[in-house]
Design a protein around this ligand. Structure first.
Ligand code: PLP
Length: 430
């Protein structure tokens, strides 16, 4: 048996098991290009139609139940309709939505975030992490009077700020300089070359969408120093990594960026983004000052996101819970890797805390070019194997924990992975 034939067998079983998902997908292609409105969710032969969720469970249109190990690509930290979040949303609905004014909630959520992340002295809300990064870039350009933005290959800062393979035709047309993640010498040389034009260094402390590639502390410390020396701003995109510790990865590293961008779970699972940081930089947006920068957005302060966000940070994802939750993630990742090694397979999970990604190489992954392209077939096999065993994960091998997952869920997940390396180990050995 080859990996290809195993994959075909799993795909055929998938098609046979999911007629209603297939029917719905085909109907959707009549009204949306490729039946899709969010590229990452498409996979062949057709994606599952998810009908509903509860806690850490999902049900598809054919009635199968899955334990959710993807958690809305990290925005679903609280699980599906956590009772505290549900009450917060219902309370907001009772108070009236679309209030067309400063409301009673926005400063409360801002207060919670600034207390948790000390480098964020002032912040403003957006509708998405993408927008947060767009605004952070605009702020850095205005503050420094410069044009260039240093980003890193493999980085993802939003739908129009995607650097998976370098530059992308869909990106906003800023003057980007492309560096190599975790490359200290190369990055120092790039900064030296562009120093006088550099407005900002925009970086994820761990590349999330790029495959959970951990930023080395020395590399990230270098970025802090290089930005300061060049007179540029250091922007940490913590849209994903803020969940890794009570104050985001920056507090673990002891690095103070000038600006931070946020998103995902902080809005309690509603549409959300935020950008914030140094008071003098954020002061550019102060509407009381002459020549301030405008920052519009009908739903920036929408009460559903504000209310759910406040409930989540103040009543569920407390600093103690954040620490314990990520320790569980670290323990799971180490256990999965130990099992892979014990079977002599080449698979490894990279990542930190509750964010991890499968890769088909045992070597250290320092940047996106270290990810073997040939590994996608193994990731596909893993994806369909895990679906077959009742676990919902990302096709690219991305695994995200959510709070309602029990220790039993983690143990079952580990068991399904052990079965995977056991069953397909021969094809995955060194
Ligand atoms: N930045 C990072 C690090 C992300 O992972 C994402 C989304 O995955 C974004 C920005 C964009 O956030 P949104 O999807 O809310 O626009």
């Amino acid at each position: 048996m080859t990996i290809e034939s195993d994959l075909n067998r799993l795909r055929e079983a998938y098609v046979a098991r999911n007629p209603e998902s297939q029917r719905r997908y085909q109907a959707a292609t009549d009204v949306m290009p490729g039946g899709n409105t969010r590229s990452v969710l498409y996979y062949e032969p057709f994606p599952l139609a998810i009908a509903r969720g509860e806690g850490a469970s999902l049900w598809d249109a054919d009635g199968h139940e899955y334990t959710d190990f993807l958690g809305e690509f990290s925005a679903g930290l609280y699980g599906h309709s956590h009772p505290v979040i549900r009450d917060a949303v219902i309370n907001a609905l009772h108070g009236g939505i679309n209030l067309t004014g400063h409301n009673l909630l926005e400063a409360q959520l801002a207060q919670l975030v600034t207390t948790r992340i000390p480098s964020v002295q002032r912040l403003r809300f957006t509708n998405s992490g993408t927008e947060a990064n767009l605004l952070a870039i605009a702020a850095a350009k205005r503050f420094t009077g410069r044009q260039k933005i240093l980003v890193f290959k493999g980085g993802y800062h939003g739908g129009v700020l995607t650097f998976a393979t370098g530059h992308s035709p869909i990106n906003v047309p800023h003057d980007f300089v492309l560096g190599t993640y975790n490359d200290q010498a190369g990055t120092a040389a790039l900064v030296a070359e562009h120093a006088k034009d550099l407005a900002a260094i925009l970086v994820e402390p761990m590349q999330g969408a790029g495959g959970c590639i951990v930023g080395h502390p020395a590399f990230l410390e270098d970025l802090r120093r290089l930005a300061t020396e060049a007179g540029a701003l250091l922007v940490f995109d913590e849209v994903m990594t803020s969940r890794l510790a009570p104050g985001g990865r920056q507090t673990v590293l002891g690095i103070t960026p000038d600006l931070t961008t946020l998103g995902k779970y902080i809005g309690g699972g509603m549409s959300f983004g935020a950008f914030g940081g140094r008071q003098d930089v954020m002061g550019l947006f102060d509407p009381r000052t002459q020549g301030h920068m405008g920052h519009a957005g009908t739903f920036n302060n929408n009460v559903l996101s504000m209310s759910a966000g406040i409930a989540g940070l103040s009543r569920i994802y407390t600093p103690e819970v954040a620490v314990a939750f990520n320790a569980r993630g670290d323990a799971l990742r180490e256990r999965l890797n130990a099992t892979s090694r014990a079977h002599g397979s080449t698979l490894q999970f990279t990542g930190l805390g509750t964010l991890m990604n499968l890769h088909a190489t045992p070597e250290e992954i320092r940047h996106s070019d270290d990810i073997p392209a040939s590994g996608q077939i193994v990731k596909d096999l893993f994806f369909f194997h895990m679906l077959d065993h009742g676990f919902y994960v990302a096709r690219r091998g991305f695994i995200v924990l959510s709070l309602p997952l029990t220790d039993d869920d983690l143990a079952r997940f580990h068991g399904a992975f052990a079965a995977f390396v056991d069953q397909y180990g021969k094809g995955l050995q060194k």
